[in-house]
Design a protein around this ligand. Structure first.
Ligand SMILES: Nc1ncnc2c1ncn2[C@@H]1O[C@H](COP(=O)(O)OP(=O)(O)OP(=O)(O)O)[C@@H](O)[C@H]1O
Ligand SMILES: [Mg+2]
Length: 460
């Protein structure tokens, strides 16, 4: 009996000690973001409101739906006791008072060599039916920012295989470029050409918010078996929820960062940046942000540079991410807010023009209004002189286009226009390029020299 009492006392004392230790451990755990389960109170549109739920912003939760299944959602905001969540997959069978269970802290991206040649969705799930992908490590979805002073400067040109770009708008390794155009002017086709011809070790393609049909087209027709071998495709087409589209872009960028950190030269193609911004707009508006700039809430303009700044050269001696982002300029409006913001944060923009496309000239690059901001660093003086001369000829021609079209231009009234007129067929030939044809930097540059250095016309 006595021994029993002693044992019970000892047990009690041990339990007290344990309880005290646990109690002292609790605040630390709470600081680390340990989360409490909540209950679904409201579901309007794509926004879910839970109460009693304690999970940090950006963390994932699981929401129970009819049939004992679960859907993933992410914490996108809160107000008082209410937590706002958005689903990352299709919502079906939501029930009032359903359980909302916090999951992992942050979204993570599985990375590894096994990704090469694969097509995945915004959650990393393979879409190509070729079995699971072995992860060798994980990257944060949001990436790690690089100290801008540690970044290697842009000093080397990159061959993108397109003559007009290589010769007139040379792209540097680690540059971030926007491809601006209205719908159907040839953005995707031009990206496709660059996918095939660019001198890069790995190509990461983010197909964000575009048509689902295009994913198949891009993989089968544009990349083909050969191209796919050195590519990773992340697809989050238009029918996916906004959060999935957002994550698609982040995942593609994280994968590019993984290869860059291994010292490789990566080409990142994002089609499109506008759809990424629109996904963020849907999220921002549905959690109650004010629409400040033409329907876009402020968070959009914070998310754009956060995404774009992740591309670029790595720290000293590391690899690079050269990135192309397509930007939709609705109604060919170059002042549209997303286009405007993108132009400010990118290191160059290539504008495709509907007028040129309508005339049957492809790629429909409008050289006069396109800019590469690193040109000075990667070209020599004679090259730059030729570029300037060609631009001068083209803008002189443009200024007189209407008169020329009706035959009212008088030869001899302006020597620059005269020369532009004389050279016009050759210039158009030079700018045009078939999708199946590649032109490297040296060839493109040599052709530019040949085009202008025949001794005719006004001097440079
Ligand atoms: N280099 C090219 N050569 C011939 N035709 C082209 C070329 N580029 C584009 N086109 C024509 O323009 C059409 C639209 O091209 P594409 O799909 O690349 O445009 P987009 O700007 O991506 O369109 P969207 O805004 O709808 O995504 C193509 O179907 C094709 O007919
Ligand atoms: Mg397209």
């Amino acid at each position: 009996m006595n021994t029993n009492v002693a044992a019970a006392q000892w047990e009690e004392a041990r339990n007290l000690r344990l309880a005290a230790r646990l109690a002292s451990a609790v605040p630390q755990v709470a600081n680390a973001g340990l989360a409490r389960e909540g209950v679904l109170r409201r579901a309007v549109g794509l926004t879910l409101e839970a109460s009693g739920c304690s999970a940090p912003m950006g963390s994932r939760c699981r929401v129970e739906v009819a049939g004992g299944r679960w859907v993933d959602a992410e914490v996108v905001g809160f107000a008082g006791d209410r937590t706002f969540l958005m689903p990352t997959a299709h919502l079906e069978g939501l029930l009032p008072n359903a359980r909302v269970v916090p999951n992992r802290m942050q979204g993570e991206v599985a990375v590894g060599e096994g990704l090469l040649g694969r097509v995945i969705d915004s959650d990393g799930v393979p879409l190509d039916g070729r079995g699971p992908i072995r992860a060798e490590g994980h990257q944060g979805l949001a990436g790690v920012s690089i100290n801008p002073l540690m970044r290697e400067p842009i000093t080397r040109s990159l061959d993108v295989g397109v003559r007009a770009i290589n010769a007139l708008l040379p792209i540097g390794r680690g540059q971030r470029v926007g491809l601006f155009a209205g719908s159907g002017v040839g953005k995707s086709t031009l990206l496709g050409m660059m996918t095939r011809y660019t001198a890069a070790d790995v190509i990461v393609v983010g197909l964000i918010g575009e048509r689902g049909r295009e994913v198949r087209d891009f993989v089968d027709a544009t990349l083909g078996e050969e191209g796919l071998r050195r590519a990773v495709v992340v697809a989050a087409p238009a029918d996916r929820p906004p959060l999935a589209r957002l994550h698609g872009a982040l995942r593609a960028t994280a994968i590019a960062e993984y290869y860059r950190d291994q010292g490789l030269h990566v080409l990142l193609l994002m089609d499109s940046l506008t759809r990424y911004a629109q996904a963020q707009r849907e999220i921002g508006l549905s959690v109650g942000e004010p629409p400040t700039t033409r329907g876009y809430p402020p968070s959009v303009f914070a998310k754009l540079p956060a995404l774009v700044e992740r591309a670029g050269n790595g720290a000293d001696g590391r690899g690079s991410i050269t990135a192309f982002y397509t930007v939709l300029t609705e109604g060919d409006d170059q002042q549209e807010p997303i286009a405007d913001a993108a132009r400010a944060i990118l290191d160059g923009h290539i504008v495709l023009s509907r007028r040129i496309a309508d005339s049957g000239q492809y790629p429909a690059i409008d050289v006069e209004v396109s800019v590469s901001r690193v040109m000075q660093d990667i070209t020599d003086a004679p090259w730059r002189e030729r570029i300037r001369k060609l631009r001068r000829l083209m803008s002189a021609y443009s200024a007189q286009r209407d008169l020329i079209a009706i035959g009212a231009y008088q030869r001899g009234s302006d020597p620059t226009v005269d020369e532009a007129l004389a050279r016009w067929p050759a210039i158009m030939d030079f700018l045009g390029q078939d999708v199946a044809e590649a032109a490297n930097v040296e060839q493109s540059k040599a052709e530019l020299m040949r085009l202008l250095d025949d001794g005719a016309g006004i001097p440079l």
